[in-house]
Design a protein around this ligand. Structure first.
Ligand code: NAD
Length: 497
């Protein structure tokens, strides 16, 4: 095994030595009812890390029932926010005490370079603490001043909530999803992506150790069309949240609509970076190179369309090519590596095929990219690529999810805005300029749920992060509004004479 070359923490070796992992239902480890399993691999070497239960529809049903029972029969939803917060804090403290272990498991399972995996675990911790703190301060009763009636609204948790997550930010997205739901008093059933279930299973076992009642946190690993589909169509859920591709998002949305279960969809993107000629070119190149190589470009909101003012276009391109050629690519646990592997063989082929299709439709290939063979490792590696030309090109319109940027130039502000908005997606864009008035005008004119100024990929807690158009529906994450999404409202009215 190529993986043996790497220094794993003893706790990570012990964890992986278990070899077979079940789901977590009602506080117990449970295997699939038909015994089916699937493999999860280290993308850096291609080695199998573990065999994981492929939970079947009847297992998913058991998990939803366990979540419903915990909601009805434990005191979880009726604890005061302080009591529930104290238990959740114990869980988060445990996660923090094992941060390096979880980060190494995460790094190996999704191929993310270690320091970024550690930042993702820290983000999980910060998100949990953010929503626990919020739950202490939010008033659930609001008096409604209307003539002839005494009236108020009262908010209560919904019950069992379902979550389906993708493989690019496993532990971070679990935090963004379940933290507001749990802090509000709901119970959860999580379906992690089949490529990356291990960190979620690890923290779910810590939930029990922290004293969270059995059945409050359930995990059903498995394949999308089996386990994910069974969860999406389960009528016992009170809310559903899906993060992933628009194609699967539509299926999940349809299944939830049939049961009238409210659903939140956080989907893909094709982010633009609009760069005016008054910027520091080298510094901006550096930031955009970091953005497009961050987690090997497998980031929903990252800058993949670079829209550059004509006057600096040639200089921008030549500096970008130079910087991208310097990126050190290798195994995610190698400390000097700047860009790791992509998640699997399928993703590698998808990226290579988009470059070919883009070229076939007339894109100029400025930097070839393509497959990178590292025989001593195995694994799934690609090199960064730059394409350029008309935005009416498949590589400029569709989400590639790899280290590939598509460049085009613009003449003036109106042209830049038109080009930034020439997409079906509406997740996140950025504008780069020294003129703050212009920055705000462009930020507001770009049709997406997030606009960043002189930076890309910003997610402070307290600022809503969502998607519009093909990038999402029904809410968003990371803000007070997200917390309210996990509380239903009842109006209480009494006539007074
Ligand atoms: P995907 O849609 O293929 O899979 C996401 C999840 O859905 C996985 O757990 C998968 O098993 C499950 N799934 C697959 N088929 C299903 C079905 N028929 N029914 C129910 N569930 C099913 O996405 P992916 O390839 O894992 O992730 C990449 C996508 O996620 C990209 O489009 C990316 O932009 C998007 N994403 C969006 C955000 C955001 O916050 N907007 C964040 C991260 C990733």
């Amino acid at each position: 095994m190529a993986l043996e070359k790497f220094q794993l923490l003893p706790e990570v070796r012990d964890f992986l030595a278990k070899k077979r992992f079940g789901g977590v239902i009602g506080g117990q480890e449970v295997f699939a009812s038909n015994g089916e399993t699937f493999h999860t691999r280290d993308p850096g070497t291609g080695d199998v890390l573990a065999e994981v239960a492929n939970m079947q529809p009847d297992d998913v049903d058991q998990a939803v029932q366990a979540a419903a029972k915990a909601f009805r029969q434990t005191n979880w939803p009726n604890l005061t926010a302080h009591e529930r917060g104290a238990i959740l804090h114990r869980w988060v403290d445990l996660v923090e005490s094992k941060k390096r272990i979880i980060a190494q498991i995460e790094s190996l399972d999704c191929g993310k370079i270690y320091r970024q995996a550690e930042a993702d675990v820290q983000n999980f911790i910060d998100t949990m603490r953010y929503f626990i703190e919020m739950s202490l301060h939010i008033e659930r009763r609001a008096v409604l001043a209307v003539p002839h009636y005494e009236a108020y609204s009262y908010r209560a948790p919904w019950g069992p909530c379902g979550f389906i997550f993708p493989w690019n930010f496993p532990i971070l997205l679990v935090g963004w999803g379940i933290a507001p739901a749990l802090a509000a008093g709901n119970t959860v059933v999580i379906k992690p992506a089949e490529d990356t279930p291990l960190s979620t299973l690890f923290v779910a076992h810590l939930a029990k150790e922290a004293g969270i009642p059995d059945g409050v946190v359930n995990v059903v690993p498995g394949l999308g069309e089996v386990t994910g589909a069974a969860l999406a169509r389960h009528p016992g859920l009170r809310r559903m949240s899906f993060t992933g591709s628009p194609e699967v998002g539509r299926l999940v949305g349809e299944a939830c609509a049939r049961n009238l279960v409210p659903v939140k969809l956080e989907l893909g993107g094709k982010g633009a970076a609009v760069v005016f000629d008054d910027v520091d070119v080298s510094a901006t190149v550096e930031k955009l190179v970091q953005a497009v190589t961050f987690h090997c470009g497998q980031v929903c909101c990252t800058a993949t369309r670079w829209i550059i003012q004509k006057t600096i276009y040639d200089r921008f391109v030549s500096e970008a090519v130079k910087r991208l050629q310097e990126i050190r690519i290798g195994h995610e646990l190698e400390p000097r590596v700047q860009m790791g592997p992509v998640v699997n063989e399928k993703q590698k082929k998808r990226i290579l095929s988009y470059i070919e299709r883009g070229r076939a439709e007339g894109a100029e290939v400025i930097l070839e990219g393509g497959e990178l063979e590292l025989p001593e490792l195995g694994g799934f590696f690609v090199k960064p690529a730059l394409l350029a030309g008309s935005l009416k090109n498949v590589a400029a319109q569709e989400e590639i999810f790899g280290p590939v940027a598509y460049l085009t130039s613009f003449s003036d502000e109106a042209d830049a805005i038109e080009k930034a908005n020439d997409t079906e997606y509406g997740l996140a864009n950025s504008v780069w300029t020294a003129d703050l008035q212009r920055a705000r005008r462009v930020a507001e004119a770009m049709e997406a749920a997030n606009s960043w100024i002189n930076a890309h990929n910003l997610f402070p807690h307290g600022v809503p992060y969502a998607g519009i158009k093909k990038s999402g529906l029904g809410g968003g994450v990371l803000s007070e509004q997200t917390y309210f999404d996990y509380l239903r409202s009842t109006s209480v009215v009494r006539p007074v004479s």
